[in-house]
Design a protein around this ligand. Structure first.
Ligand code: F6R
Length: 613
């Protein structure tokens, strides 16, 4: 999704802004732009396409390279095609005010009409340009300061925004505001870096201020003043970003996705650290300590999320019901938020999100709170909106996930859910002996993931054998049914191969009609109580000449009789299997995408963090 960077300080702004935009590239974008205050005016350049294109355009612009205050943007098109005129920054009618905007102004058509009647002429098709003109209109009426005009304009706007605004007549100042779209202010020595994502800031400072919804900041070299949008002063704490520059570099890997797949043993270890206690044989989740009693006695758990995080939620349904015996439902966040769900007293709603900024998941969390539920967050990005708005929660500690396709966050979501289910299970019905068995098995998972990763080259060979096929099926049962869904999603989003994931038994109820000579069908079939059933499903596919790729438990020679290719994962109890069985599917998708020449880190049409509805 769109990215914002702003700079106020002693350095030349251009370098910081372009570097910041590059750090945000992973979020997905189709055009970029920059605007710098210089000598009482604004110097601006923008273009469709890549940031390198923007760099070429500004190469000979002395003002852009000289100014010390500026804003920049990567746009992911919503209103209007990717083009120079639709790219940000946008200016007001006088070209004295420039604005970058993430989010959507829902009532822009009405405001545009009002402004057109007053003589405003628009250059772009965007909602964001309308906001720039509205700020300009109030600025002309009131004669400044800029923050007053921004406040007046935002009072007329409905929708979501993270914005950064500069004015040629107020040198040395950026006004930033947010509602529903993240903005972070990095606080350095005599300088501030504003960004929609911490990765554009950490090169400069680890000290940050997170703006909350309906807050704004007036940032100059003298300081940063924060208020509500109604101008009530707000005192904000400076917090620390834990991410390092090394974590957001590829470190020798061809792509971020591959790096993140291979990081999984380490991040799972980190996610377990301090929580899985093998000495006292128990689970400690500090983030839930204050709500543990409520959680243990809940009669219903609702897990809500989108995409891959929703698949983690589906695994969670099996975990919470079988290990903790808590009735659990999983809801797409986009459906939960709009269908007026019944949330009875005592219900716990848990939002699962890597970014902590997904618009639908955030709205679902707010809906749950509105209805009186205890609202928990399982989130990766520290300080993100979902993390801050949850009543309590657990961080994944997966480190920054830059690849658009979620991989390590998924496994860490499973880790956190498993820990939670065990903690609750033990307090409800689980015997200490059973608990100890799971804890010992869980402690093995990082090394077992390493064993699976060692087969990457072999999985690549399998991918190459089938990569020309345009339709694949992924099938699994029980804990491995959501893994099948996740395998299909990974393949389609990065390789553009059509893939469908299903519970294996559902195949007979329709999708079996698709199976024909040579169609790849991936079975997630480790040893588990439904193993024999899934073998029957494999036979059904073979009878129709499908090509079977099986993910099976080490030592299972029997399955070789039925499958064309077998990838083995180490043995572990069924509730823990998804953490292992998903790894071959991530690698299969990765190698298929690379073989087809796809850019796995920036798949077409996709953005890393979906902050629009
Ligand atoms: C798929 C993928 C998406 C995200 C979804 C939710 O690989 O990454 O499906 O899982 O957009 O994102 P978060 O977890 O940030 O809420």
């Amino acid at each position: 999704m769109c990215g914002i960077v702003g700079y106020v300080g002693r350095k030349k702004a251009c370098g910081v802004l372009i570097e910041g935009l590059k750090r945000l590239e992973y979020r997905g974008y189709d055009s970029a732009g920059i605007c710098v205050q210089y000598d009482g005016s604004l110097a601006m350049e923008k273009c469709p396409g890549r940031i390198v294109g923007l760099e070429q355009r500004i190469a000979s612009s002395q003002p852009i390279h000289a100014g010390r205050v500026g804003i920049a943007h990567t746009r992911w098109a919503t209103h209007g095609e990717p083009s120079e005129r639709n790219a940000h920054p946008h200016t007001d009618g006088s070209d004295r005010i420039a604005l970058v905007h993430n989010g959507i102004i829902e009532n822009y058509v009405t405001i545009k009409k009002y402004l057109e009647d007053k003589g405003h002429v628009f250059k772009s098709e965007t909602d964001s340009e309308v906001l720039a003109h509205l700020v300009g209109e109030f600025y002309d009426d009131g004669g400044g300061p800029l923050e007053a005009a921004v406040q007046a304009a935002l009072a007329e706007v409905s929708g979501t925004y993270g914005i950064a605004v500069i004015c040629a007549d107020e040198p040395g100042k950026i006004v930033a505001a947010r509602k529903g779209s993240p903005l972070i202010i990095g606080v350095g020595k005599d300088e501030y870096v504003i960004a929609s994502d911490a990765s554009a800031i950490i090169e400069h400072t680890a000290n940050v201020v997170y703006l909350s919804d309906n807050e704004m900041a007036v940032i100059t070299t003298e300081g940063c003043r924060t208020t509500t949008l109604d101008n009530v002063p707000v005192s904000k704490e400076i917090e620390q970003v834990e991410w390092s520059l090394e974590q957001i570099a590829k470190n020798g890997y061809a792509d971020f996705m591959l790096k993140e797949i291979f990081e999984q043993p380490e991040v799972v270890r980190t996610s377990l650290r301090g929580r899985l206690d093998l000495r006292d044989m128990r689970v400690t989740l500090g983030g839930l300590a204050n709500v543990a009693r409520q959680l243990v006695s809940t009669h219903k758990l609702i897990l809500t999320a989108c995409g891959t995080a929703w698949h983690a939620g589906l695994v969670g349904e099996y975990l919470f019901e079988s290990l903790a015996r808590i009735p659990t439902e999983v809801e797409y966040a986009s459906e939960f938020r709009y269908r007026n769900p019944i949330v009875e007293e005592g219900t716990v709603v848990m939002a699962i999100s890597q970014s902590g900024e997904t618009a639908d998941t955030l709205a679902a969390l707010r809906e749950a709170k509105e209805k009186g539920a205890l609202a928990l967050g399982i989130v990766n990005a520290v300080g993100s909106t979902i993390a801050r708005e949850s009543d309590s929660g657990v961080y994944l500690h997966a480190g920054p996930e830059i690849g658009v396709a979620s991989t390590k966050a998924f496994t860490c979501q499973l880790v956190v859910e498993t820990l939670m289910a065990l903690m609750l299970g033990r307090r409800r019905f689980m015997s200490q002996t059973e608990m100890e068995g799971y804890l010992r098995a869980l402690a093995q998972i990082p090394d077992q993931i390493s064993t699976v990763l060692e087969q990457s080259d072999y999985i690549r060979e399998i991918a190459l054998r089938h990569v020309e096929r345009e339709n694949w099926l992924f099938l699994g049962r029980g804990y491995n049914y959501p893994v099948a869904l996740e395998g299909a999603l990974k393949l389609k989003e990065i390789s553009y191969i059509h893939a469908e994931g299903l519970p294996a038994a559902e195949m007979k109820h329709g999708p079996i009609a698709l199976i024909h000579d040579g169609m790849p069908v991936v079975f997630v079939a480790p040893r588990c109580p439904t193993y024999d059933k899934i073998i029957s499903n494999i036979e059904e596919v073979r009878a129709r000449k499908g090509r079977v790729i099986a993910v099976a438990t080490e030592g299972d020679e029997h399955i070789r009789r039925y499958a064309d290719d077998v990838v083995y994962v180490p043995a572990c109890p069924p509730p823990l299997q998804p953490m292992l069985t998903v790894i071959p599917l991530q690698l299969l998708a990765y190698h298929a995408a690379v073989a087809r020449g796809c850019n796995v880190d920036k798949p077409r049409n996709l953005a890393k963090s979906v902050t629009v509805e």
